[in-house]
Each structure stands twice: as structure tokens, then as C-alpha cells.
Design a protein around this ligand. Sequence first.
Ligand SMILES: [Zn+2]
Length: 273
Amino acid sequence: MPNTPQGIDFYHTGLCRHPECIACRGGSLRPISFPAMAAHIHADGGMLFDTGYAEHFKTATQYFPEKLYALTTPVTFNQPSLKQQLGDKADTISKIFLSHLHADHIAGLKDFPEIEIICSQKALSLLENKISRFAKLKQGFLPQLLPNDFQQRLTLIEKFPQIKLSPDLRPFEYGYKIANGIIAIELSGHAKGHYGILSENVLLIADAAWQIENITQNRPPHWISSLVMDNYRQFQETLKKLQTLYSHNHDLIIIPSHCEKTLSSLWTKNENL
Ligand SMILES: [Zn+2]
């Protein structure tokens, strides 16, 4: 890690484990931790980037078919909830940005009532009634995790002003200005309407890569991971773009949401708990 990200706190909200070789080509069969990260971006009044895992995940996966999610991806919670970890800072948050609607990114939503929620129009297709409960589950989406007033509190990413990005972010060209100092950038492929956030020199890429080596060493995830992705070809294209960006922009700090190696030195210490 060349720099330490400023103005962002990173929170560990729980973890699951998968073999290293699934997450990164050339990895071993040894299971590695996939922590679920949520970030508090201080810029412009305070915004959450995802909410990570929370106890609501257990409630949402009590019964079949949703129980299959918990059985195939056992989650370990060893820490207080994100809301508890934030303490007084939770009161300063005015927006929650959802990179995508997978359960490990939205499970804490119900702990933050009344706060504006931002996600992509494309992600909303998962809410459609014509998609069966089982099909939603297959896409990692548990509708029970959404608060009842989700739609009323929602602002679509695409409603924010579209802006041209600075040349040092090529090959990414356009983003949406979510707030002062916060830009959403589409990183398609992993899930429907999958977005990252740029704040200063930090790019939060959510699940556009699982391990930082997917980008820095051109070691993408195993093809079997395509089974849980929305569009594997787009995922590969996005990964290539991130590799290009990484190759020429050495000031940018790229942070995947589940990379233990990247995050282990960044977790916010909770002295008050
Ligand atoms: Zn995901």
C-alpha cells in the first residue's frame, strides 16, 4: 500500500471464507478470509459506502430457499454492528451509497432508517416481481434486507450530474458527481448496476476485483466465479480497465471490498467499544 487513504474510515462487518484459488489465479486451495467492508467517507457531510454484513442477514436466511445462501456461504460475525462501530459518527451520515445489491453489501441497511439511499437504476431490476425468489437468491439478492421505505428514500445514481473524469483516470471516462469530492464510476460485470466511488485519490471498487492481485498481478478470479456474476465478459473488461488505470496512475489507492491484504492495515479501531 503506497499511501494511506485520508478522509475515509473502513469497517469490518463480518467475513466468509473461500479457497484462495477461486479468488485469484494461481492461488492455493487454502481457504482465505473475505471480510465484508463498509466505508464512511467524510467528504460533504458524510456518506456510507455499503453497509456490509449485519445480524439482519441471519433473519433473512432463516428459511428456504434463502437458507441456501447461509449454508453455501457461512458468515462469521465477530464484531459489533456497523452502527455500533460508528458510534456518534452514525449521526453525521446523510447518504448511503450501495455499490450493488448483494447481501454482503446491504445487510446493515435497516440499522440506518430515514437516510437517503443511492444506487443504480440497473440494480433495481432485481426488485422486479417477475423475477422469482429463487432467481433473486441466485443473484445474491435477499429482498428481505431492504427497508420497507427503500423506494421512497432512493435516489438513482444516474440522476446525479454526469461529468467527464480527469485524464489520469483513463480508460474510465465518465462518472456521476454524487457530492462534493465524491464521484460514482460504473464498474460493470460483477452484479447488475455495480458502481465504485472515487474520493480524492481513493477508488473504492467494491467487487470489481476480489483480491488486489487480480489487478496488480493480472491474476483474475477462477472462471468458476463466473457462476455468481451478472456478466463475466463485462467483469473481465472492467478488470482490464482497472489494470490499465493501475499501470499508469501510481497515486491512486484502489480498494476492493473483500481483500484482506488491502484492508488489514486500514480497519478503524473502535476504542469506545
Ligand atoms: Zn458482490
